[in-house]
Design a protein around this ligand. Structure first.
Ligand code: SAH
Length: 339
């Protein structure tokens, strides 16, 4: 694909339903990912360590107003057990994800990160714990965290306000992302496709924002309603549009690490394979203890909440290989372009 990526071209691909055009788009995305990362698909072990959250995002099942959510938080020992289990399975990245849980103060988190870093000197530690101050992020980085996932959710101010209560702002979210970059993290932004009130123009703004931020990772998944949220009656995000957004992100950020998300796999049995074929190159199987997985319910019918991680991994490996790619259990760091 040699077409320059002007706004009208991007908008056209956001909206197209022409199968030939879509096939060309996905081919171009695959060519670029293979140029930079070959056939490798990188694996991250996801540890969902707390389902408590002080925020009230309208889309998320963990929102504080959802009083029927069963809450849990893992102890330091349980988190370390997950890491050891992951190490035995060959993982080299641990992703600590959770709601914004005030129990996990900077001091407690710094202790946890320090201990993981001490016991696993060769593993990447990724955090995904929401908005914190520059100083907190800097402390976690100094303690040994290398990467940080914080989806921007939408780059349009008005749309951000339609998805979040008034005490949250796009400005604050962007500042966090800039702080994380400045500190030296490999940074992941991202968005939900098909979130309520989203338009094609919003998605174009998301692509602009990604171009400006130049994140190392971008998580893109469809919105899926959760029954105990104000958005319970909205429909699922469009999967085909999700794949086109992954492919367009690959074209704009050729060396980004892009996950084939759990949400994509939840909406279609072959969703993650399709995401890989549209330019994604990361998968994130669940390393959380089996007993808590169903309680980390961001949205309804989330997959892989009942399988042992080892089974999930075997299943994923088969899926990856059947798409013509290979599973890589290494750290899978971001590759900087030589120019
Ligand atoms: N508290 C952390 C982790 C949030 S969960 C943070 O703020 O970054 C990770 C992601 O799940 C969110 O960023 C959001 O994009 C996604 N998510 C939440 N609810 C969802 C829903 N109903 N459908 C699809 N994705 C959802």
């Amino acid at each position: 694909m040699t077409t320059p990526m002007t706004d009208s071209v991007l908008l056209h691909f956001i909206q197209t339903t022409d199968p030939d055009e879509i096939a060309d788009l996905f081919q171009a995305a695959r060519d670029l990912r293979e140029l930079h990362y070959g056939k490798d698909v990188y694996v991250r072990g996801l540890i969902e360590f707390t389902s408590y959250c002080r925020n009230d995002c309208y889309y998320c099942g963990l929102r504080c107003s959802n009083h029927s959510a069963e809450r849990y938080r893992l102890s330091v020992e349980e988190i370390l057990n997950c890491c050891h289990h992951g190490e035995r399975l060959g993982f080299h990245t641990f992703v600590l994800q959770g709601g914004e849980d005030p129990y996990f103060t900077d001091t407690i988190l710094t202790e946890i990160i320090t201990e993981i870093r001490r016991q696993f000197p060769n593993h990447a530690i990724t955090l995904s714990i929401g908005e914190r101050s520059f100083d907190s992020y800097a402390r976690f980085f100094a303690a040994g965290a290398d990467r940080y996932l914080l989806r921007h959710e939408t780059a349009n101010e008005t749309h951000y306000g339609q998805l979040h209560p008034n005490n949250m702002s796009l400005k604050a979210r962007k500042k966090c992302l800039m702080d994380l970059k400045e500190i030296g993290y490999q940074v992941g932004a991202g968005l939900m496709v098909g979130s309520p009130f989203q338009t094609a123009e919003h998605l174009l703004e998301d692509l602009h924002f990604l171009q400006e931020l130049q994140p190392h990772m971008v998580g893109i998944g469809p919105f899926i309603p959760h029954v105990q949220t104000p958005f319970s009656t909205f429909g699922n995000g469009d999967l085909d549009l999700t794949f086109r957004m992954i492919a367009l992100t690959r074209l704009l950020l050729p060396n980004a690490l892009l996950p084939a998300t759990t949400a994509v796999g939840t909406l279609s049995p072959k969703g993650r394979e399709a995401a890989l074929l549209a330019g994604a190159n990361v998968v994130m199987p669940n390393l959380s203890p089996l007993g808590v997985r169903k309680k980390y319910a961001l949205y309804d019918n989330k997959i892989c909440t009942g399988d042992e991680t080892a089974e999930c991994l075997k299943c994923l490996q088969g899926r990856i290989e059947r798409t013509g790619y290979s599973m890589n259990m290494g750290r899978g760091d971001y590759i900087h372009l030589p120019f």
